[in-house]
Design a protein around this ligand. Sequence first.
Ligand code: HCA
Ligand code: CU
Length: 340
Amino acid sequence: MNFKGIIDSTLREGLQFSRASFNLQEHVEIFGYLTSIGVDYIEVSNPVKEEVAEMVRRLVSLKGKSRTKILSHIRNNRKDIEKSLECQVDGLNILCTADPERIAALNLTSQEYLKNLEDNILLAKKHKVETRVSAEDLFHQPFELILEIYELADSLNVERIGLPDTLGTALPWEVYEKISEIRSRFKTDLEVHFHNDLGHSISNAISALRAGANWVDTSLLGIGERTGITPLSSLLVNLYKINPALTSRYNLKVLTAAENYVARICQMEVPMNLMTNLDNGFAHKAGIHLDALINFGPQKYEPIPPAVIGARRNLIIKSLVSGKTTEEDVMTFMEKYGQD
Ligand code: HCA
Ligand code: CU
């Protein structure tokens, strides 16, 4: 596995979530959580819109000494690049299309579209900003044209090539095969982006890493267009379980507070399938589970201690399914283990 880091898109993909509309203050708070977790890149929306540019300039001014870099997510479009440069972002995440209908709708031939891309990458390079080029809907659009986009980007030495499963329909083994094939063709770093429509956004990210991808796009809670993308907490917990050294530069303890904050401002619950959900992430209810926990220790029914991600246990007694565990048992257990 050659995992190099995380590109968090809560402030771009996340803003496309139906319930999200972060104001300036909320942008700043989310930015604070992400930099304290220590994600490598933060992707922001396209500053070609002046209201977005204002937020981006503010985040750039707050960046200070944090090692997190800011990337603007833009189209294959000169104006978007010029506006991003004005905002002094560290890099550009250029999203391209290989869809013949979309290119025709721009009144361009695919050769003209590629020529524009070449000019745009060269403009970015001239200003010494990092550049990533991705092709929307990798799993459905014509692969020959996608490869032409990647080959051009690769020949101009972009920092990363982006591989998005835009519709969220790829299965983990298809991801493994496709990423392996693209890995064998290019030396450039590969960035992957998985939507969750069929529920595979986490497994697909892990499969892609196993196949040689280097960078993963995430968002807090996984929020994004439709069912969203790979949740930051889930990706980090997976990497921690694979090998704690993979996550040693991140502060996982902030994950629970960060995801609960985003849930609050989106006026929603943390989804029950995330470990950062304080009600159920580390809840223990069945008599058999409670007995084992109390007699043998929490590792009997916990994949990681809650303290790792700043979460907490919830031991539920006196329910229809619980056995004879008493309040005293729970207190003794909590005194012994805390959240570790
Ligand atoms: C979208 C675009 C995108 C872009 C991903 C990328 C996708 O549909 O809003 O820049 O690589 O899922 O294709 O998020
Ligand atoms: Cu997306």
